[in-house]
Each structure stands twice: as structure tokens, then as C-alpha cells.
Design a protein around this ligand. Structure first.
Ligand SMILES: [Zn+2]
Length: 280
């Protein structure tokens, strides 16, 4: 029934699962070490690639925090809905303010701010408590969005465990955590842009409308709508065959990337092994 209400308000956006997958895929593409399949833009060690892909997947669900029925709004009973409601009214409704470049910048700066919140104890020394909390929340959303766990309590417990492991095993995460959050957030915006619903407010709070002359022009009118929304709807409507196919390809990419990095972690280079016969 929430699905129905969602459809009435907003004709089409990308499915939550695909948002999470696109975030993970974007991080692997930016930081991974696969020949041809990754960009080498921000190379990281295997721990950074894998841990960051989870951070990114969680962050790719954040823009929909402005929607009452979104995964994120159900994260904490009552409080989650209240937070989503507040974000909704401040940002001018679903897919307005929260789907803008300003929001991406605010979220990035907040994530950076979190990394600066440190705690010093005698036994553990100084560590970034803010990164633990931020990573815990994002991991929790990612697990839930991908239906990997049943209850929110389990999701939070695993999230907290992830946060602790992240700062312990990958101390460099304090440096890349804000970047991973921004990459995930922007991946979400890119995903919505590709569906029929499009983006209402990339430049929010301004939403330029096309001049009258262009409002009925073929192609242009479906990219730059008369109401000011923009879309490149190559994936069609929510849950379309094209969107599911796209999500499946991204999922396979994430799978191959994760397996490759895990093996690298243990000193095995999958791609070197595969291309080995050509050296003979
Ligand atoms: Zn969205």
C-alpha cells in the first residue's frame, strides 16, 4: 500500500536495492584494482575498497530520507519517521532539496565533521567515535535495504560491529569516509536521473523551467520538463525490465569486484591468474 502511495506522488524513481548497489559499484570503480574494469581514480588497499563499498551503499540511500516510506525512515521506530518528516518539510518534499548538489555538499561536510569527533580512553587511545557512529548507521541502512537481515535490531548490531571494525582494521577510513559518503549520495542522484521520475531539484533551491518554445519540443521536453524536472530516462519506470537488468549488471560488477579484492587481500590476483595462459 505504501508502494501505491509512493507511485501516486512520484511517478518513478529507482528502487532502493539498485541505489545501494550503484553506490557500491561506484566505489569499486573509483578505488578498486581490476584491469579495465576500474578507473584507478582513487586507489585503495582491498580493505578500503570493500569497507568503502558498504559505506557507499548506505550513503546511496540517504537522499530518500526525505520520504516517509523510504527504507531509512523505518530504521528506528518513530524517531526515523520523525526525522524523515523533518527533512521532508525543510527540503520541500520528496526528491527536492535532498536530491540536490547542495544536499550532497552538506552531507559530505557532515561526514567530514563526524570524522573529527574523537574519543580518548586509556585502554583504546584516541579513535574517531564519529566515524564509528556514521559508518554504523550507513551499514545498518545498507543491510536493511538489500534485505540481508530481518530485524532493525540485527541491522544496528551488525552496523555497530562494522563501524568498530572499520576504524580498527582500516584506520585510513577516517581520510576517505567523507568521500565515500559523497560518492554514494551522488550515485543515488545519477540513478534517479536515469528513471522516468527524474530529478526535481539538482540546483535546488532554484529550479529553472524551460522556455515556452522548448516545452513541446520532442526529446528536449522529456529531458527538461515543463515543470523544471530533469531526466535522462533510459531506464524507464520503476521496476522496469531495463532497470532490473541494469541493477543485475551492477550487482554482478560488485560481486566480481568484491571477490577480486577479497582474494587480493589474501595475496591472490584473480585477473593475473585468469590471463596467465596468454603469457606462455
Ligand atoms: Zn531518490
Amino acid at each position: 500500500m505504501t508502494m501505491h502511495a509512493h507511485r501516486e506522488d512520484h511517478p518513478s524513481t529507482m528502487m532502493g536495492v539498485n541505489h545501494a548497489t550503484s553506490g557500491a559499484a561506484a566505489w569499486i570503480a573509483a578505488t578498486g584494482a581490476m584491469p579495465y574494469l576500474t578507473s584507478g581514480a582513487y586507489p585503495l588497499d582491498p580493505v578500503g575498497v570493500i569497507a568503502g563499498s558498504f559505506v557507499c551503499a548506505g550513503a546511496a540511500l540517504l537522499p530518500d530520507a526525505d520520504h516517509h516510506s523510504a527504507t531509512i525512515a523505518r530504521s528506528v521506530p518513530i524517531l526515523g519517521r520523525l526525522t524523515a518528516g523533518a527533512v521532508n518539510s525543510v527540503s520541500g518534499g520528496h526528491r527536492h532539496g535532498a536530491h540536490s548538489l547542495i544536499a550532497a555538499a552538506i552531507v559530505g561536510v557532515s561526514a567530514w565533521g563526524l570524522t573529527l569527533v574523537t574519543l580518548t580512553t586509556e585502554r583504546l587511545g584516541t579513535f574517531s567515535l564519529g566515524t564509528v557512529i556514521g559508518a554504523a548507521a550507513l551499514m545498518c541502512f545498507a543491510l536493511k535495504a538489500r534485505d540481508m537481515v530481518e530485524s532493525w535490531l540485527t541491522a544496528w548490531v551488525l552496523g555497530a560491529l562494522f563501524g568498530v571494525l572499520l576504524v580498527t582494521l582500516a584506520p585510513s577510513s577516517i581520510a576517505w569516509f567523507p568521500l565515500a559518503v559523497v560518492v554514494g549520495f551522488v550515485a543515488h542522484l545519477a540513478g534517479d536521473l536515469l528513471t522516468t521520475g527524474g530529478l526535481p531539484g539538482l540546483l535546488w533551491p532554484i529550479r529553472p523551467r524551460p522556455p515556452r518554445l522548448l516545452r513541446r519540443a520532442p526529446i528536449i521536453s522529456s529531458i527538461w520538463r515543463s515543470n523544471g524536472f530533469v531526466a535522462l530516462p533510459v531506464l524507464g519506470d520503476t521496476g522496469s525490465v531495463r532497470e532490473i537488468a541494469f541493477g543485475t549488471v551492477l550487482g554482478l560488477y560488485v560481486l566480481v569486484g568484491s571477490v577480486h579484492e577479497t582474494l587480493l587481500w589474501f595475496g591472490v590476483d584473480l585477473f593475473r591468474f585468469i590471463s596467465w595462459p596468454s603469457f606462455i
